[in-house]
Design a protein around this ligand. Structure first.
Ligand code: N2P
Length: 372
């Protein structure tokens, strides 16, 4: 039955009002603030300033140095952060746990700049690339102060496999005198130990973990520092000579030593068996207060010059295929920043870990660190 005109008109007016309300641009409602939580020593000097200048959005930038710390904030909720940068295998746990918001790709046209191979690698943990955009990537490895290590080893030659330096007590006993630092997180140390034992770094098979506590226990007396950030300056100024650390961080230490003329010759090593790869990813917490601004930031980072600027400053590779021409030759040609295909084949890729696996990594690590 046809409705009386007035009712029809009211219905139409209502629909118009509703359509207007829905199509009102959301970005305009969002305050001009963006809260970012990222790793320490992981951004260029002008990245934030240029974004602020261009968009008028004020960035508040906090730092962390382990996935565990970031995860605890996301699990607690109401972190206030709009963009966080978990490693991909953590981001998978977070996406599965409903802690992240799906990206709106219509707001990320610069996704076109990303290398399809890296996107495919991420898609192993994030099918359809729905939650994560790679910030930078690198690998866990061994860094050394070349002269101090040689002096400490004395008549012992350098091992063929750099991992021996940190996992073989014979080497560690000598290196203790010049200072050995280990990353301070279960999900970095345990995968490196598994890799050294020839097991998958993110194994889901409990039996693979059996040799790890003993391996770690034997070198524990010689670890002089646990650090995932301060070790950069400690390497640069010569107060430690070996680090089980991250590729870019060791290169940052190298460049700080050169710039600061500290006289320390720092080198990131490519172990014979490879390193353990990580892909740190921009993601938006489910309760982010400024999701539109978050998308603007992510899209800005994916500009070739911006992504290249990060790599030039912190010596981690980026996923941006269009950025290559903006990368300084000395960085582009550094095989520890962009390892060859042959090196890449040897590296362990991050794999999804269950919460149970993660907890058992924490148990093993805590026992190791506290030395009980
Ligand atoms: C930044 C190190 C981040 C690499 N300093 C570990 N995901």
């Amino acid at each position: 039955m046809a409705k009386p005109f007035s009712l029809r008109a009211a219905g139409i007016l209502g629909a118009i009002a509703l359509a207007f309300a829905c199509s009102a641009p959301k970005a305009q409602e969002e305050e001009k603030v963006l809260n970012i939580y990222n790793w320490s020593d992981y951004i260029a000097d002008d990245t934030i300033a240029n974004f602020e200048k261009e968009t008028g959005i004020k960035v508040r930038y906090d730092i962390f140095d382990s996935n565990e710390i970031l995860h605890a904030k996301l699990v607690a909720g109401k972190s206030g952060y709009d963009v966080v940068v978990p490693s991909s295998y953590w981001a998978k746990l977070q996406a599965d746990g409903g802690l992240l918001r799906k990206l709106d790709k219509s707001k990320l046209p610069n996704l076109k700049n990303l290398d399809p191979d890296i996107q495919a690698t991420l898609a192993r943990l994030d099918p359809g690339n729905q939650f994560m955009v790679n910030w930078l990537w690198g690998y866990t490895t061994v860094g050394i102060n070349v002269d101090k290590v040689k002096a400490a080893l004395g008549s012992m030659p350098m091992p063929e496999n750099a991992w021996d330096l940190v996992f073989k007590p014979e080497y560690m006993a000598k290196l203790k005198s010049c200072g050995v630092s280990f990353l301070d997180s279960p999900t970095d140390i345990v995968p490196a130990a598994l890799h050294y034992l020839g097991k998958p770094a993110f194994s889901r098979n409990a039996a693979d973990y059996q040799g790890v506590p003993d391996l770690l226990k034997k070198v524990r007396p010689y670890v002089t520092l646990f650090s995932s950030s301060g070790y950069i300056n400690d390497m640069a100024n010569g107060s430690i000579c070996v680090a089980l650390g991250w590729s870019g961080d060791v290169n940052i230490a190298r460049s700080r030593a050169i710039e600061g003329k500290t006289g320390q010759n720092i080198q990131a090593l490519l172990p014979k068996t490879g390193g353990v790869l990580f892909f740190d990813t921009m993601a938006i917490p489910i309760d982010a207060p400024h999701p539109d601004n978050a998308h603007k930031w992510i899209n800005y980072i994916m500009r070739p010059e911006v992504h290249a600027g990060l790599t030039n400053k912190v010596f981690y590779a980026n996923p941006n295929k269009e950025s290559r021409k903006f990368i300084k030759p000395e960085v582009a040609n550094n095989p520890t920043v962009f390892p060859s295909d042959a090196e890449m084949k040897k590296m362990d890729l991050p794999e999804a870990v269950t919460n149970d696996v993660r907890r058992s990594m924490t148990r093993i690590y805590t026992t190791f660190k506290t030395g009980v």
